[in-house]
Ligand binder design. Structure first.
Ligand code: FHN
Length: 714
């Protein structure tokens, strides 16, 4: 059957126009880059209001329930639960089984007739989530296989085509509301079944892409998202995924975000709606991309990012979809401590369940949800609505979350390693302590005393809760933490000048510093804003509070370097680069100098251009880059799969290997003029991406314009 016939044609709603905003101050990899044109900085910041004119205060109001929630349930469920990971001899598949087992469409479609989860009980699922202390539930309305768990009028590849014939999402949304949970949907952009979705899977040899119309697919995607945001009541989050393939672009992402917000202005949308996600680390690389929160996957950021909303999505075992053989479940203790770690960094945890084909949660998941719920019943206030702890350098024995209280702060000290000496030491806390107690025994105060800049708390000999005891410390005012200052700048080498920022972490603590290598003291210059240096300088800084030195010294040396000289401009240069094309299959970049190119063409810039992406292809861009002025230049090379940037033969960015689109950066000091440039790139299979951006030190990065490239005409 021509599967094209199985999808009705859909019109498209009005797609909101794009609001183009300039980039505000942006955190790149821990460095602060300010707008290139500071004169427009204020207007740029004022203009940063998302594409619907939302003000920061309005966004805070929209995000409030999500920031309060801290803890949600992820559910991956669909046809793939039927094989339960097994196909032929292998038992290590899961929700990707149609691709990992290379199952032809017709074969996979047979699962539709087998999907009959007679034990599905929406109320039981919602109750288990609520009893575990979760506040929202995100379920796969459609995963990459294209199967809809809801009654979709624009697709017949949905739950109504199965023997079950019940709208699972309708039942679950009603149950969620009954149990006080926000109903949320995970919806995959990538769709391995819709005839208009490109690219095809590389192993689907016989499945032609003839007639595929990606614009028509986008209309279909919008139509299903409209169904989800129209027929199931108030939705908390639209959790998109599968945005990484090259056919999906920023020009698709922003309108999809706007559609969601137009249909339900209060809905929250993750950053996988657009192209701004930094791989599995999940954070958004640039404010121009749409999405309300970052989405680290199977990992927790090393430290929270102040003012950045993010949520780590993590499985209980090793698979998202049900795999019968996967008994590698994390312990309850590990998952409680993971939730605490995430909350202590200001993030949310989205903990995954993969239900069986019969419609039940695996018993191991049920047991762990109940145990987590028992802990949350006693300790939930140390998670819900809390803020990241103030200890940037961490705590040896556990984690800290905080909540403002009348005239002070309540600090929740989550103790993983209970002290043998009956004393918890809170390092470098400058505040007056009002009281201390174990959260589970609020009427039994604990003894505490100040020992220099530390606070010692007397605690029972054994931990009241072995998984994680919470000790509450109530202090006057905002936390004042004594830690050695941090020193940040756009790079450690520069050509003309560099801006250096110092931070003590707590606003009440001063940073005193020296630029001559001397030891900073309480009467050294006080940091009052970015320091401009124009010569090689060693910066030393330490924290001072109420006239007293309260930390050790942080030191960093910044080197002024001569820019690499420009080359003599060869004669006969023409705009663009030489681009050698190679055919082959690699896991890492080959040495292209030892291979013969299949063809050579001129490329306007370093990108893959429009159209479908080739697989098993290598490229080598050669020529010159014209540098406008003597400066240190930061280059950002985004690729899927591997790539490298060399300038004057020096490797500036190494982004080699097999990966989803990932951006890597490097900085090099260049004199104005012509410099050799070489970009090597390969794509093995699946998605493909290549982009080169640059910026002078400290400025926002932009795509390297075509007019910057020249090469000899051949
Ligand atoms: O490919 C999906 C995967 O199946 C799963 O849905 C995870 C969960 O966020 N997301 C993608 C992998 O990054």
């Amino acid at each position: 059957m021509n599967t094209l016939g199985r999808y009705s044609k859909v019109g498209v709603g009005v797609i909101l126009g794009l609001a183009v905003v300039a980039a505000p101050a942006i955190v790149h990899g821990g460095f602060i880059a300010a707008p290139g044109d500071s004169a427009s900085g204020e207007s740029a910041r004022a203009a940063v209001r998302g594409s619907l004119g939302e003000t920061p205060a309005e966004k805070d109001a929209r995000m409030a329930w999500w920031r309060e929630a801290r803890f949600g349930m992820f559910i991956h469920w669909g046809l793939y639960a039927i094989p339960a990971g097994r196909w032929g001899e292998r038992t290590d598949h899961a929700e990707w089984i149609r691709t990992t087992a290379q199952i032809p469409l017709g074969e996979y479609d047979k699962l539709v007739a087998q999907f009959n989860p007679v034990k599905f009980d929406a109320d039981a699922w919602a109750k288990m989530a609520a009893d575990a202390g979760m506040k929202y539930l995100v379920i796969t309305s459609k995963h990459h296989d294209g199967f809809a768990l809801f009654d979709s009028k624009v697709s017949e590849f949905d739950v109504m085509a199965t023997p079950f014939q019940r709208d699972i999402l309708k039942e679950l949304s009603d149950a969620c509301r009954k149990h006080g949970l926000k109903m949320c949907f995970y919806h995959s952009i990538m769709d391995w079944r819709h005839p208009d979705y490109l690219p095809r899977r590389d192993w689907e040899k016989g499945r032609s892409a003839e007639g595929a119309d990606f614009n028509r697919f986008e209309r279909y995607l919008h139509a299903q998202v409209t169904e989800l945001l129209t027929h199931y009541g108030p939705i908390g989050v639209m959790w998109f995924d599968g945005e990484w393939e090259s056919t999906w672009t920023h020009e698709h992402g922003r309108p999809l975000y706007d559609l969601c917000r137009k249909l339900q202005p209060s809905v929250i949308v993750n950053n996988r709606v657009d192209k701004g996600r930094a791989g599995m680390a999940g954070m958004t690389i640039d404010d121009k991309f749409a999405g309300d929160f970052g989405t680290p996957e199977q990992e927790v950021p090393h430290e929270g990012l102040p003012g950045v909303d993010w949520e780590s999505c993590i499985t209980m075992n090793r698979n998202w979809g049900y795999n019968e053989a996967d008994k590698n479940f994390k312990s309850t203790r590990d998952m409680i401590r993971m939730l605490v770690d995430i909350a202590s960094k200001g993030g949310n945890l989205l903990l995954n369940i993969g239900p069986t084909a019969e419609g039940e949660f695996p018993p191991e998941s049920v047991e762990r949800l109940a145990a987590i719920g028992t802990w949350m019943k006693v300790h939930g206030e140390s998670i819900y609505g809390t803020r990241a702890g103030p200890f940037r350098k961490g705590l040896a024995w556990g984690r800290c979350t905080t909540k403002p209280i009348e005239g002070g702060t309540r600090m929740y000290l989550h103790v993983f390693d209970w002290p043998a000496d009956g004393r918890i030491v809170v390092p470098g806390l400058g505040n007056e302590v009002r009281k201390a107690y174990v959260l589970s025994a609020p009427s039994s105060p604990l003894e505490f005393k100040r020992v220099q800049s530390d606070v010692h708390i007397g605690v029972p000999s054994s931990a009241p809760d072995a998984d994680c005891t919470v000790v509450v410390l109530e202090i006057a005012g905002n936390p004042v933490v004594y830690e050695a200052p941090t020193i940040t700048a756009a790079a450690q080498e520069f050509v003309t000048a560099l801006s250096v920022e110092l931070s003590a972490g707590s606003p009440e603590v001063e940073v005193r510093y020296t630029l001559d290598g001397g030891e900073p003291a309480a009467n050294s210059p006080k940091y009052a804003g970015p320091i401009r240096i124009d010569a090689t300088t060693t910066v030393k800084a330490r924290s001072v509070h109420e006239g007293k030195v309260v930390s050790g010294v942080t030191e960093m040396t910044f080197k002024k370097t001569a820019p690499r000289p420009a080359a003599a401009r060869p004669p006969g240069l023409a705009p663009g680069l030489q681009c050698e094309m190679y055919d082959g299959e690699w896991d890492r970049l080959p040495d292209f100098t030892k291979l013969k190119p299949a063809s050579t063409k001129r490329a306007g810039d370093v990108s893959l251009g429009g159209g479908p992406r080739a697989e098993r292809q290598g490229r080598r861009y050669l020529g010159f880059i014209i540098v406008p002025k003597d400066e240190a230049y930061t280059f950002a090379l985004t690729s899927d799969d591997g790539a490298k940037l060399l300038i004057d033969g020096v490797c500036v960015v190494d982004n080699d290997g097999l990966h989803v689109p990932v951006e890597k950066r490097g900085t090099i000091a260049l004199a104005a003029g012509v410099h050799d440039i070489e970009v090597a790139y390969f794509n093995k299979t699946g998605g493909a991406e290549l982009e080169l951006r640059w910026g002078v030190l400290g400025a926002a990065l932009e795509k390297v314009p075509a007019e910057a490239f020249m090469s000899a005409e051949r």
